[in-house]
Design a protein around this ligand. Sequence first.
Ligand SMILES: [Fe+2]
Ligand SMILES: [Fe+2]
Length: 213
Amino acid sequence: MTYEDYERAVRSLLTEKRFYHSQCVAKTAEALARRYGADPEKARLAGILHDVMKDTAPEEQLKITEKFGIMLQKRESPVPPPWHAAAGAAYLYGVLGVRDTEILRAVECHTWGKKDMTLLEQVLFVADYISDDRDYPGIEIMREAAARSLEEAIVKGVAWTLNDLANQGKPIDPDSVLAYDDALNRLRAGRKLTFRPGPYGIPAIEIEEGEAP
Ligand SMILES: [Fe+2]
Ligand SMILES: [Fe+2]
C-alpha cells in the first residue's frame, strides 16, 4: 500500500477533525525526523496512522486488540482499557497489513511513551504534542523545546501530562514515568540542569553545557 492508500484507509475511520490532526502529526513527525536523523518516510507514515482507532467505539477497539494484538508489547496498565494506541497497532497489523515493527511500536507507545524509546518512537511522541492543529496554553513552550531537543520536549511534555492527570485524579501509567526518567537522564548527560516551576505546569529548564560531572 502507498502512503495515499493508508491515508484513505485512515480517513474512513476518523472524524474530519481527527483526520486533520493525523495529517498535521504526519507533517510534524516528518520534519522532526529530518531534524533529528530518523527516517522521514516512516515518521510521516507513523504520523498519519497513529490515531487510526481513536474514533472507533471502545468495545470494537477491545475486540480488535484481542483479535490482532499478537505482536503487542504492552499488556498491563493501571489505566483501564480501551487503549487506542494498542488497538491502533493491532488494527494496522491485522487489518491494514502493516509489518514494519518500528512503525507498529511507535503507534503502540504514542500515548504514554515508554522506557528506551527509539528515535522514531520519540519523534512520533513529540509530534503528537506539537502538531500544527494543537492549540493549548503552553504550546509555544513545547514547540521551542522540540526545536532544541527531543529529550527536552519529552521531559516538558510528560511533566505537563502527569501534572494534568494528577490534578484530575486520573491514574498514571508507569511507562510515562519511565519515559520521563529516561528523557531526563539523556537531557542531563554532561550538562547542568536547573529546574524551576514554569507557566502552565510546564517546568522551565535552564541547561548549561558541560557543567555537570
Ligand atoms: Fe493518540
Ligand atoms: Fe494524536
